[in-house]
Design a protein around this ligand. Sequence first.
Ligand code: URA
Length: 434
Amino acid sequence: MTMYDILLKKREGGTLSKEEIGCFVKGCTDGSIPDYQISAFLMAVFFKGLSREETFLLTEAMMHSGDVVDLSSIAGVKVDKHSTGGVGDKTTLIAGPLAAACGVPVAKMSGRGLGFTGGTVDKMESIPGMRTSLEADEFIALVNRVKLAVIGQTGHIAPADKKLYALRDVTATVDNLSLIAASVMSKKLASGSDAFVLDVKCGSGAFMETVEDAKALGELMVEIGAANGKKTIALVTNMDRPLGRGVGNSIEVMEVIDTLKGAGPADITELSLQLASYMIYAGGLAASPEAGYAAAQRALRGGAGLAKLRELIAGQGGNPAVTDDFSLFPRAALSVSVCADADGCVGGIAARDIGVASRRSGAGRETKDDVIDLSAGVILHKTVGDAVKAGDTLAVVRGNDAEKLHDAAAVAKAAFRIGPERTAPAPLIYAVIA
Ligand code: URA
């Protein structure tokens, strides 16, 4: 069997066998299949789809493309949380510390920014000194000691996904249900936790734009988790507008700190509490999600979540003083304000456009080898439902490259829909699939 045969079969809408999928994944991992054939495969899958069975086989092959971590030396039910990617989604760095502060061992593997969405690893690297690549022994020791560690996907864990993830990002093949499910679940399963809480984003700023598609993705991932003996819960959540006020790496970490101090935006605070509640429940430390919510709320109000974030930062070599001194973060030299042209009310802020604006400002990658500007991004001064007057600042775009900022500001401005009437906010959580 050759890669050409596999491509031809998928291009014609055929169903790939276990051997063919295994051969493709092996070739991605050992480098024997060139990028142009992998990219062609991704595009064929994008147009022809994968069956449920093919998706399970792809997930399994990707999971076994590298190490499958053994976390059995960590006591308790290890819980991992994963988002399918959104704009301004910094909940991992809030829900993780809250759940860990309630005693849940959180062994978290995170990704980098993909497409117009941000990634937790990039955000964490805006903290001076922070290491996001730890060997398995150090990772396990940290979870045992602090109850929380957050690392990037190492070369040893699901390396096939690492290759595919980077190529999907630059070939417009990210938003496919099977490719997302296989990508997320192969990493989750290989990373060795016992339970997963998945945040399936839905809306204009997510890879899944409709509630129906997002639910289908959630159900598929919950099924894959269950088939592998892992407790898996998926929350389908709103990503029509950016989460919180900050989008961009250091900008988001500052918002994380404010939120753990009890001064964060309402949406990001509520979603983080909800995710933490399901993590605490999945970890067996609360009898119900409601009891988990109450515990997470106590950890937030009492400061235990913030203390846990400081421990996480120190444990991974970062400077925990950033939690009290934002001047320690990388600073942007330039900023451009985006102003309202007319009086009215903010009826919507297109999350995808704000994600694109943030990427253009330098906070995200246009190609897989781009170096990102950790200080760049967008700060929303107005949110959905706010009244505005002509000339009011809607958002500020920050960065270090005047041309990029000019471009980013135009995109950010177009993201705002301002109308005569106040619109009711859409729900934050559409469904919970368990
Ligand atoms: N997050 C992932 O880990 N993989 C995807 O494909 C999309 C979001």
